[in-house]
Design a protein around this ligand. Structure first.
Ligand SMILES: *[C@@H]1O[C@H](CO)[C@@H](O)[C@H](O)[C@H]1NC(C)=O
Ligand SMILES: *[C@@H]1O[C@H](CO)[C@@H](O)[C@H](O)[C@H]1NC(C)=O
Ligand SMILES: *[C@@H]1O[C@H](CO)[C@@H](O)[C@H](O)[C@H]1NC(C)=O
Ligand SMILES: *[C@@H]1O[C@H](CO)[C@@H](O)[C@H](O)[C@H]1NC(C)=O
Ligand SMILES: *[C@@H]1O[C@H](CO)[C@@H](O)[C@H](O)[C@H]1NC(C)=O
Length: 337
């Protein structure tokens, strides 16, 4: 009974005081490793036709193959007890207007190149990742939303965006990751040194992580540039560099309750999903470097070794630290592009 008046009061407060969302001063263009890399800028379906689909069978058909195509997905796609979607090369998968919704399952790209996924919401992907890129090069994952719940523990769902097995030249930007345990894993085993070393160059920028357990991201054997992300109550361990991985971390903001913002200590903590012992899995350490100042918001930072990745090999726009919270809350997620 009391909820109704409170809710009305809150919404009137918001509508009176909120400044309108201004697209004009936010730069949503592609930046980072998906843009600047030795293979060429990620363009997805550019150069090909555009098609709009609103059923799962139609979507499955058009996302296959390597022909350049822009796919506008419209509506809700229920992947519960259905095979995962398999995205082919030279594709842009774009959610229509306020975003396409995928429920109960996710999307993989395996051995593909040049893909863009924007403006889609993927929730409750049971027993698998929302998005997996395996041995896939040049990808831009931008302005999406990913969520489930934390009640079921770390392994009921899986990752939100997992980038594995020699995947390379990826930018993960302006996504809203929330209410989930294991968010984003780069390199899925410490036994894959031969496969992954020299790959896994990933840029993460302007993402909003909120109420997440671990992996924001966790990386092995690669190079990740992590800038201007907002972490609100990233509960156990946010940024983790292990197994000789190199990270450049700058201009990030932590708010709320986060135990550890950054660690290069290799141990896979008990709150993640260790395979061999409830006390955690021992793994060798990673490396980190800090560029522009971060705001750790009281969270712990455990740097065990400084690395060699000190400067990003491309031009990019850093948001002023004091503006990061506001800009990311306004700009990240679906319905913004
Ligand atoms: C699409 O992707 C393939 C790789 O799977 C590539 O070899 C090909 O050149 C691309 N096609 C076009 C028309 O861009
Ligand atoms: C998706 O399908 C499952 C199983 O068929 C069903 O239980 C669920 O309600 C559906 N979800 C939505 C959002 O339609
Ligand atoms: C990906 O490439 C590997 C190595 O060539 C091959 O063994 C595997 O079957 C491919 N997977 C798919 C799904 O095409
Ligand atoms: C990746 O895919 C290429 C072909 O696209 C294949 O030659 C290579 O073996 C694959 N590597 C892995 C690690 O699957
Ligand atoms: C930080 O790293 C050291 C290893 O250098 C380790 O002994 C210690 O337990 C770590 N601290 C935390 C809080 O994990």
């Amino acid at each position: 009974m009391k909820l109704v008046p409170l809710f009305c009061w809150l919404s009137s407060l918001v509508s009176v005081h909120a400044t309108p969302f201004q697209h004009s001063h936010l730069d949503f263009s592609i930046q980072g490793f998906a843009k600047d890399n030795p293979l060429g800028e990620t363009t997805g379906g550019k150069g090909g036709p555009t098609t709009t689909v609103s059923t799962l069978p139609a979507l499955r058909t058009v996302i296959a193959g390597t022909n350049p195509l822009t796919i506008v997905a419209k509506g809700i796609f229920n992947l519960t007890n259905q095979p995962r979607l398999r995205l082919g090369s030279n594709k842009s998968l774009l959610g229509h207007k306020k975003g396409a919704k995928f429920v109960g399952g996710g999307i993989s790209a395996i051995n593909q190149t040049n893909i863009i996924i924007r403006n889609v919401q993927i929730s409750f992907a049971y027993d698998n990742d929302c998005i997996t890129l395996q041995n896939t090069t040049r990808a831009w994952i931008d302005h999406n939303e990913f969520f489930s719940d934390l009640e079921h523990g770390p392994d009921f769902y899986d990752g939100q965006v997992d980038l594995v097995r020699a995947t390379d030249w990826v930018t993960v930007s302006w996504n809203y990751f929330h209410d989930h345990w294991k968010s984003s894993l780069v390199g899925n085993s410490d036994a894959l040194r031969e496969v992954d070393t020299g790959h896994l160059h990933i840029t993460y920028h302007h993402n909003h992580w909120s109420n997440i357990g671990t992996r924001g991201p966790a990386g092995r054997f690669g190079h990740q540039h992590i800038y201007n992300n907002l972490y609100t109550s990233f509960l156990y361990q946010a940024i983790h560099s292990r197994s000789d991985n190199q990270m450049l971390i700058e201009g990030n903001v932590f708010r709320g309750n986060t135990r550890e913002a950054v660690s290069s200590y290799g141990l896979v903590i008990p709150e993640d999903s260790p395979n061999t012992c409830v006390c955690g899995d021992f793994e060798i350490d990673g490396y980190v470097n800090f560029g522009a100042r971060n705001d750790w918001g009281g969270a712990g930072v455990n740097v065990t070794q400084w690395g060699t990745f000190k400067k990003a090999p491309y031009r990019y726009q850093l948001t002023r630290l004091g503006d990061v919270e506001d800009v990311v809350v306004k700009g990240a997620g679906i319905g913004k592009i």
